[in-house]
Design a protein around this ligand. Structure first.
Ligand code: ATP
Length: 347
């Protein structure tokens, strides 16, 4: 669990610009010791630059960075108590798996027997027991990823930086590795700073996540906090699916001419004229399209007064149950008021 004491990483008003590009723009946050912290955002939003600033591969133009309470200004990468796992693994192809894992210890002149023992331990941790002598070229993508992880963990860094480490894996393997990474992180108790553009990944693994947009952080919070209470329009749209209510729909369902976000699975479809339960807002419309998605169906409803809402329903009955969902059917949509979330414009 994340500790209460000195944060593992702190950014205070950090800027890193490349000419006109504000890659990182006035960013402040703090990561607790032992936390699994994700940086989530679209391509080019500044996540990797933040990671490189922590590692020491980049220097801030402005602001301060601390790692475990120490100002790291001017401290070169190899003197920082951090290690990085890259998406492309960066393994040495001419060395065995074991030699790759031991590499950091060899540099630090740890005796051979001790190196071997710790490498075997690390291979056990990442479930690659018995593969010490293989070459990276003889491994699957998922196995290579684990070798890269073992190699980064063997130095026992206090902070591990991971840049889209699962990006090259197919979906099934990716999901399996997500669960494993989280388990390993709990076992070793090291702070993980994880960069991803995959919101599902960030939601499922993180203690907290920071949502990046144009070099700035739009929101930081626990996964459910960010999903249920997105602070901005951008966060609502980037983390999960959302209905953004503006104009008439906002006034009608939210009560003010502001912007609101409603998750599609929080809207219930009732028959036309059905009674509205207390604490719910309602609006009438007609089904305009249904898309079968296996576990769920997405129902699109054209609101009578104009505008469109997406509803996601779980397919609890199985099959393509279309009863009451045929295009053209009049329906009443109801939404619990607490799920109508006011969102501001992106900062
Ligand atoms: P991705 O998910 O694609 O890796 P990212 O969120 O990690 O994206 P960064 O790599 O941090 O984004 O890049 C942020 C912005 O800074 C981008 O517009 C990028 O083109 C720019 N940038 C990053 N590094 C440099 C550099 N060395 N020189 C010039 N521009 C750079």
């Amino acid at each position: 669990m994340a500790g209460e004491g000195v944060p593992a990483v702190t950014f205070q008003g950090v800027c890193r610009h490349f000419g006109e590009v504000r890659a990182v723009d006035e960013v402040s946050f703090s990561i607790a010791d032992g936390e699994f912290f994700s940086m989530l955002g679209p391509s080019g939003s500044g996540k990797t630059t933040c990671l490189r600033l922590i590692a020491g591969f980049e220097r801030p133009d402005r602001g301060h960075i601390q790692v475990h309470g120490v100002n790291v200004e001017g401290v070169p990468p190899f003197d920082r108590d951090v290690n990085t796992v890259f998406q492309d693994y960066a393994l040495f192809p001419h060395m065995s798996v074991g030699e790759n894992v031991e590499y950091g210890l060899m540099i630090r002149k740890v005796p051979r027997a001790e190196r071997r023992k710790r490498a075997e331990e690390m291979l056990g941790l990442v479930k690659l027991d018995g593969l010490y002598a293989r070459r990276p070229g003889q491994l699957s993508g998922g196995q290579r990823q684990r070798v890269a992880l073992a190699r980064a963990l063997i130095n026992r860094p206090r902070v591990l930086l991971l840049d889209e480490p699962l990006g090259a894996l197919d979906l099934k393997l990716r999901e399996a590795m997500q669960a494993e990474l989280k388990t390993i992180q709990r076992q070793v108790g090291i702070t993980f700073v994880y960069v991803t553009h995959d919101q599902g990944e960030a939601l499922s693994m993180s203690d907290r996540l920071a949502v990046f947009n144009h070099g700035r952080i739009e929101q930081i919070g626990a996964p459910a906090e960010v999903y249920d209470h997105p602070a901005t329009q951008f966060v609502a749209g980037f983390v999960g699916q959302t209905n953004l209510l503006e104009g008439y729909l906002a006034q009608r369902l939210g009560g003010f001419p502001a912007s609101y976000a409603v998750r599609p699975e929080r809207i219930r479809i009732l028959p036309a004229e059905a009674e509205v339960p207390p604490g719910f807002a309602s609006i009438d419309g007609r089904v305009s399209a249904v898309t079968y998605l296996g576990a769920n169906s997405r129902v699109e409803v054209e609101v009578d007064e104009g505008g469109r809402l997406q509803v996601v329903e779980q397919n609890v009955e199985g099959g393509m149950a279309m009863e009451g969902r045929a295009p053209g059917t009049a329906v009443r949509l109801v939404i619990e008021r607490r799920h109508i979330q006011a969102v501001s414009e992106s900062r």
